[in-house]
Design a protein. Structure first.
Length: 131
């Protein structure tokens, strides 16, 4: 019996996860490049300079481009993991709500790495699923 990861359903599940991740990050980085009022308010609440919004948006777009190109997808995922870690630490420091704010980077990381793992046989061989 074929495992989900190696099946057509696994491939399409990985593509769907990746699509959700990419659409969210395009919206998020775009909002930071403008920057919109919610970004300015959030940066202020997080006690970060508002001028950091654009550089973070650029870092996200560069990481997203790397993630979308198959040859550099793992590099993009590693960079995003660092970005998400910084967001988690920032929310943790401010004692933000755990499941809705602090762990949101974990949820994005699961979506990102899970989608990549389901789409990439080499990554699955490096990190195999065993029963």
């Amino acid at each position: 019996m074929e495992s989900l990861a190696a099946s057509k359903a696994g491939l399409w599940t990985g593509r769907a996860m990746t699509t959700l991740f990419v659409l969210f990050l395009l919206m998020d980085s775009g909002m930071k490049l403008v920057p919109l009022a919610p970004v300015t308010e959030t940066m202020t609440k997080m006690q970060l300079p508002v001028t950091m919004a654009r550089p973070i948006g650029i870092i996200e777009l560069v990481s997203l481009a790397l993630y979308l190109w198959p040859r550099t997808a793992v590099v993009g995922a590693v960079l995003f993991t660092g970005v998400f870690g910084g967001a988690i630490a920032s929310h943790w420091r401010l004692d933000a709500p755990l499941f809705s704010h602090t762990l949101f980077g974990v949820y994005l990381g699961i979506l990102m790495w899970g989608g990549l793992w389901l789409r990439d046989a080499q990554l699955r061989s490096l990190f195999p699923y065993r029963r």
